[in-house]
Design a protein around this ligand. Structure first.
Ligand code: 3VV
Length: 200
């Protein structure tokens, strides 16, 4: 194979380029085991005020990693009694997004690829873990697993992702003004948004 025509694996946007660096845990990152809380009360993934949400509860892990738990409810079904794949992907996405707390950057999902290895029944407690693996410019490469039957149980779902660092203006400029105005008028929300940034 010629250098001008690399194998598909090397062209994948999910594979960090050779000059990518190791992710760095911010010195003021929450200590391992500390709950991360919600980045936005109305977030579908983590918000306590979102009745239709996943109510995912994440904690800081060692290094640049997080753990989270999510219980599959009847509202999350695809097939009878089984979790919808898109909901499971959302849970992985949210867990990966929580890595922002450890790096003190705001990042949004650019690409997310999920493998579904085992069906996940309703009432299952999914044990999630995400870890940043590399950084290249604004790109943060990360991987996540969802296990069933316990934190060391078999992997039911896994994902690889590239998150892209953005400024808070990303939300202010693109979000519906109604919600943006409410968020900016909420001192607690402003504090949470600042907690992601390198120089709060
Ligand atoms: C004060 C109150 C205000 C409120 C504050 C609230 C605080 C909230 C805090 C935290 C929120 C976190 C929320 C987490 C929720 C869970 C995670 C989600 O579900 S996020 C939602 C889904 N994702 C999107 O909606 C992204 C939509 N896409 C975009 O907006 C753009 O495409 C964006 C920002 C991702 C990139 O656009 P560009 O113009 O900024 O940057 P370019 O130049 O295109 O890319 C930069 C680098 O990234 C690579 N890149 C871009 N897209 C990629 C992709 N899809 N796959 C791989 N690489 C990609 C490019 O190749 C480039 O790389 P090279 O620097 O050239 O090496």
């Amino acid at each position: 194979m010629s250098a001008a025509n690399p194998p598909a694996s090397q062209k994948s946007p999910l594979v960090p380029p050779p000059d990518a660096t190791d992710p760095v845990r911010h010195p003021e990152a929450p200590a391992p085991g500390e709950p991360l809380g919600a980045h936005y009360d109305m977030c579908f993934g983590c918000g306590g005020g979102q009745p239709h949400g996943l109510h995912l509860a994440a904690r800081a892990g060692e290094g640049v990693s997080v753990t989270a738990e999510f219980t599959v409810r009847t509202a999350h079904q695809g097939a009878p009694g089984l979790a919808h794949g898109g909901v499971l992907t959302s849970a992985l996405d949210e867990t990966l997004g929580s890595l922002s707390w450890l790096m003190h950057v705001i990042a949004v999902t650019g690409r997310l690829e999920t493998d579904f290895l085992q069906p996940v029944p309703v009432d299952t407690l999914l044990h999630l873990e995400a870890r940043a693996t590399a950084v290249h410019g604004r790109k943060i490469y990360a991987t996540a697993t969802g296990r069933i039957g316990g934190p060391d149980g078999p992997v039911a779902v896994r994902a690889d992702a590239v998150f892209i660092e953005v400024k808070v203006e990303h939300f202010i400029e693109n979000g519906r003004q109604e919600e943006i105005r409410a968020a900016m008028d909420d001192p607690d929300q402003v504090r949470r948004a600042r907690a992601f940034e390198v120089n709060p």
